[in-house]
Design a protein around this ligand. Structure first.
Ligand code: THU
Length: 126
């Protein structure tokens, strides 16, 4: 799958976002080493801290289906600017794949790519 296809899958997933509070749709597409792709969207809650980001939705879907080896994740948000994974999502992703590639998209179709390690230096683990 090309970067562009993975970003398109993330954008498609954002359509399912449940965002009555922020109205900000986010989608993620997580590619496993075996080629499987799990998508996710943000799911908000009236208790705002219980909101689940798109990246973590995708990750939990993948883990619960037995996939733990990740190659890339694409994140797409409907803002004018690039939609970077939040700090909590970086920490949760790094648990499994610190060297994975992170594609960060924006509405006009442009994207930038990083290694997760670059986005979260000084990884906490024990
Ligand atoms: N959001 C994500 O889904 N992923 C991120 O990495 C950043 C934030 C969502 C959470 C919330 O539903 C909305 O964006 C506004 O914060």
């Amino acid at each position: 799958m090309t970067d562009r296809e993975l970003l398109n899958a993330a954008r498609e997933a954002s359509k399912n976002a449940y965002v009555p509070y922020s109205k900000f749709h986010v989608g993620a597409a997580l590619e496993c080493a075996d080629g499987r792709v799990f998508t996710g969207c943000n799911v908000e809650n009236a208790a705002l801290g219980s909101t689940i980001c798109a990246e973590r939705t995708a990750l939990v879907k993948a883990i619960s289906e037995g996939c733990r080896d990740f190659a890339r994740i694409a994140v797409w948000g409907e803002g004018q600017d690039y939609c970077y994974p939040c700090g909590a999502c970086r920490q949760v992703l790094v648990e499994f794949a610190p060297d994975m590639e992170v594609l960060v998209g924006r509405m006009d179709g442009k994207y930038v790519s990083y290694r997760l390690r670059e986005l979260l230096p000084g990884i906490f683990n024990f």
